[in-house]
Design a protein around this ligand. Structure first.
Ligand code: TPP
Ligand code: MG
Length: 394
């Protein structure tokens, strides 16, 4: 049985969907003024400044940690430079109890929720205070307390998980939703389609936030899909969709607030496509000069989302040059001091290598662990010495 109420025609008729041109929602101009006809969202001074401070902190953390990686202090890092408004503006529109399932470039959402610089550093250095117990690469943050699912590298896995989690939230009936962030590259995975279809059919409170930053590592968006971005795919699933200027923090906030209402109050999943640009390299292992021009980057540097918000705040007299100087100095100092502290901390206890997976450690694993300890006893200078290691007899 078909549910399609389709008009009948008697000559072959094809369509490529060109009639559905999705507009882009914008509020804030680059000089900090508003577009004619646009209205600033209801955002009080405290909240606006919390968003702005988080954007600046994220940028400073990114700059500092990339430098630390270049100095050999850290094995790997990923920056979200240029995409701070898309991530933090949307995260600010949620309730703290809403679940966040991110890709890997959304440290700003976690920072907005209250993840401290200490917590970031402990994960990056995989020390004894890292919640992941040093088992993951840097940038795989997570916080149960802050409702931020731990990052996992295989692309797009978080998208159907978000649909499933949001379905659970619908059944629980407590008025919460899930947001899942992903890149336009990840949207090419089959998981993306399964997740959207399931969410539309089951009517679950989930927000799919696609960061269209123009690249999947070295592959430009034009080589990833022929369509007009990712947004039109929502039609195929009968899902509400909006395209937003991802460098416009006010538009991102407003659009996500409205999407949240649709999701929570009407059980309507929403796709948001945030148009932005990955200003930095893909990761510390990448060099974009091999696949794009400095001129192209310069165009997007002119659209800096942080400067755009700062100019708006200054127009409103909520922010001054002195405030900026103070914030920059304080955060740079805090990031440096925290990094030194985290780097000095010992690694997680050796035992944690074999805990948390099995209820009781199986004999084969226990045997391997004894051999590992014997090996470390034999070559003590090749391994870090921590009190916990000593306790473990190694
Ligand atoms: C299943 C899978 N395939 C490939 C990769 C390798 N990989 C890591 S990031 C990435 C690009 C993803 O691009 P996008 O989703 O646009 O996110 P962005 O890095 O631009 O934020 C690729 C191909 C992976 N991690 N997982
Ligand atoms: Mg991308």
């Amino acid at each position: 049985m078909t549910t399609t109420k389709s008009r009948v025609v008697y000559t072959p008729s094809f369509t490529d969907g060109a009639e559905f041109r999705i507009p882009t929602f914008k509020v804030l101009k680059q000089d900090g003024s508003l577009y004619k006809g646009a209205k600033a969202p209801a955002l009080d001074k405290d909240k606006a400044l919390r968003i702005y401070r988080t954007m600046v902190t994220t940028r400073i953390l990114d700059e500092r940690m990339l430098a630390a990686q270049r100095q050999g202090r850290l094995s790997f890092y990923m920056q979200c430079t240029g995409e701070e408004a898309a991530v933090i503006g949307s995260a600010a529109a949620l309730d703290d109890a809403d679940m966040i399932m991110a890709q890997y470039r959304e440290q700003g959402a976690l920072a907005y929720r209250g993840f401290t610089i200490d917590e970031f550093m402990n994960q990056l250095f995989g020390n004894e205070l890292d919640y992941g117990k040093g088992r993951q690469m840097p940038v795989h943050y997570g916080s149960k307390k802050l409702n931020y699912m731990t990052i996992s590298s295989p692309l797009a896995t978080q998208i159907p998980q978000a649909t499933g989690y949001a379905y659970g939230q619908k059944l629980a009936g407590e008025g919460h939703c899930t947001i899942t962030y992903f890149g336009e590259g990840a949207a090419s995975e089959g998981d993306f389609h399964a997740a959207l279809n399931m969410a539309a059919v089951q009517r679950v409170p989930v927000i799919f936030l696609c960061r269209n930053n123009g690249y999947a590592i070295s592959t430009p968006a034009a080589e990833q899909f022929a369509a007009d971005g990712v947004a039109p795919r929502a039609y195929g699933y009968k899902m509400d969709v909006i395209r937003v200027d991802g460098n416009d923090v006010l538009a991102m906030y407003e659009a996500t607030k409205a999407a949240r209402s649709l999701a929570v109050e009407h059980n309507r999943p929403v796709l948001i496509e945030a148009m932005s640009y990955r200003l930095a390299a893909h990761s510390s292992s990448d060099d974009p000069s091999g696949y794009r021009s400095k001129d192209e980057e310069a165009v997007w540097r002119e659209k800096d989302p942080i400067l755009r918000m700062r100019l708006w705040l200054e127009r409103k007299k909520w922010w001054s040059e002195d405030d900026e100087k103070q914030l920059q100095e304080t955060m740079r100092r805090e990031v440096l001091e925290t990094m030194k502290r985290a780097q000095k901390r010992p690694p997680p206890a050796l035992e944690t290598l074999i805990t948390d997976v099995y209820d009781e450690v199986p004999p084969a694993l226990a045997d391997q662990f004894e051999k590992l300890k014997a090996h470390i006893r034999r070559y003590p200078d090749a391994y870090p010495k921590s009190a916990e290691h000593a306790k473990g007899g190694a």
